[in-house]
Design a protein around this ligand. Sequence first.
Ligand SMILES: Nc1ncnc2c1ncn2[C@@H]1O[C@H](COP(=O)(O)OP(=O)(O)OP(=O)(O)O)[C@@H](O)[C@H]1O
Ligand SMILES: [Mg+2]
Length: 257
Amino acid sequence: MSRSQNDSADPRMIFEADDVAVHFGGVKAVDGLTFGLPEGKIIGILGPNGSGKSTLVGAITRHVPLTRGTLKFLGKDYAGDEPHLVPHRGIARTFQTVRLLEERNVLENVLLGTDSLTAGGRAARRLGQERAEQAMARTGCDHLAKVRPDELSYGNRRRVEIARAIAMEPKLLLLDEPTAGMGRAEKEEISTLMLSLRAEGLTQLIVEHDVQMMVDTCDSLLAMNFGKLIVEGEPREVVRNPAVQEAYLGKQAVKHA
Ligand SMILES: Nc1ncnc2c1ncn2[C@@H]1O[C@H](COP(=O)(O)OP(=O)(O)OP(=O)(O)O)[C@@H](O)[C@H]1O
Ligand SMILES: [Mg+2]
């Protein structure tokens, strides 16, 4: 049986959020979101600045405390997990503001994604090294292995962060504005990488403001405003939706719809 990426018949949800809310005092950053992430798909989140996208990513990785709601990964409620446990479940992320260890070189930063710097015997370390090298090759930073992050361009710092995340061999990858500050050609490289990871079955959730990239890369889009989900569905339809255009997209959406 063929397993086309576009099979829409009842896909399994790898992740489910039910009525998830994150309030910071009076700010309802995320305000009652219910949605699922179908396995093996790329799902995009669109929304204006401050609409709660990064807070949602932080809630999924448990970096941000929930005000209410449940989170399930592979059918298990993990809302009580400490954030350091979440990668072991198979959820990896990158941050909107790149976070690297500046005193370690690129290879060492990526190795952190494999745990092999801190745990395991020689065989585990060798496997970790292989995974790190493969992740660096896929993200185009393998030639930078011995360089320290503070010597890298912004785009390359982002590549290292993505390499560290995929070196974990996650089942769900969350990317918060992975192409911010990149030019069109670099964005296309990231998009190509995401599509090749999808071909291997990796489910991905991406936050981006670049509508064209989102339409070209994602299988479906969630549009947020004021912490709520306003529209969900096929990328072109979401982008054309008047509520989405009014909330956020303006002329950009009309151009790409
Ligand atoms: N730790 C925090 N403490 C207090 N308020 C916060 C905190 N984190 C986020 N907020 C507020 O929550 C709201 C949502 O912020 P969030 O960063 O999730 O938005 P975003 O959609 O990712 O925006 P952007 O597109 O600018 O990255 C904003 O009003 C923000 O100021
Ligand atoms: Mg954000």
